[in-house]
Ligand binder design. Structure first.
Ligand code: ZN
Length: 285
């Protein structure tokens, strides 16, 4: 009788281990691809680049609770580390959510500029960054590159210089990056206005372009679209937002070049799954 109990005990433990192992293996396989997710964070920006368990988060949207839900859905449950967090510029709709990231995840590097360093939003975020002494803080400007692996990399194309402290329009301090995955090149420009966007030296062909400043009329000009000619344009904006984003001129300009538009306010989180050379869009609510 006692012997039988022991056997049943071993069988029970074996089944439990098999289930746990199965879940972990499924999770590893499920998250092993390279993905780029434009997270549905409402009126704001947040983009998660994942390559297996390596992640780069560009901005965190305006709401930490919402961002945590989104990251929970996009990252494996056992992965509580984000390799690089980038704050494009210190506007609430880009960095308020990041406070929750520093509270809930370990972060290896924080990429930032000194623009708006006396503003309350900047100081609030910086308080949590400073609390974590092992985060490497990197003042960001053109030339910096993150090597993600397998020939995938993220390049900083703007700002041109190290200090952006004296910038008049905080939107024009936005860190601009290009992500290269095989033949695909993603453009992430924060809230950069046309004044800078139109003169950016871009040597790469852009295939997937995030419209800067949530599709406002001050960005994504005809000139810029004619120069870059992306296949897809992503607009990250909130439902019925009070700014009237995206502007009808931008929608028309994108239509004129024949690019496909994807909007977080209409389609929710927009995920690109990349297989070798090509990235295909998958829509998720
Ligand atoms: Zn914004």
């Amino acid at each position: 009788m006692k012997f039988r109990k022991i056997i049943y005990g071993f069988i029970g433990i074996g089944i439990a281990c098999a289930i746990v192992c199965g879940v972990i293996v499924w999770d590893i396989l499920h998250f092993s691809d390279t993905t780029v997710a434009f997270l549905n964070v409402g009126q704001g920006d947040s983009i998660l680049i994942s390559h297996g368990s390596y992640q780069i988060l560009i901005d965190g949207g305006p709401d930490g609770t919402r961002l945590m839900e989104q990251l929970g859905a996009q990252m494996p449950f056992w992965d509580r580390n984000i390799e690089i967090v980038i704050a494009t510029h210190p506007d609430s709709d880009h960095i308020d959510g990041l406070i929750s990231v520093f509270k809930n995840y370990s972060v290896n590097q924080f990429w930032y500029t000194d623009a708006g360093k006396n503003t309350s939003v900047y100081k609030a975020l910086n308080y949590y960054v400073e609390k974590e002494s092992n985060i490497e803080k990197i003042s960001t400007y053109r030339g910096l590159r993150a090597n993600i692996g397998n020939g995938i990399y993220l390049d900083v194309v703007y700002p041109f210089k190290k200090s952006m402290e004296d910038i008049d329009n905080i939107n024009d301090s936005s860190i601009v990056t290009l992500l290269t995955v095989g033949k695909e090149v993603f453009y992430f420009g924060g809230d950069l206005t046309s004044e800078i966007e139109d003169v950016l030296p871009l040597n790469n062909k852009i295939t997937i372009l995030k419209a800067s400043h949530h599709g406002s009329k001050f960005s994504t000009s005809d000139t810029f679209l004619q120069k870059t000619k992306p296949r897809d344009v992503i607009i990250s904006t909130g439902k019925n937002n009070r700014y009237g984003h995206p502007h009808k001129r931008v929608l028309q300009s994108v239509k004129n070049i024949g690019a496909q538009i994807f909007r977080t306010d209409q389609q929710g989180t927009i995920v690109y799954n990349c297989h070798q050379e090509k990235c295909d869009v998958v829509l998720k609510k």
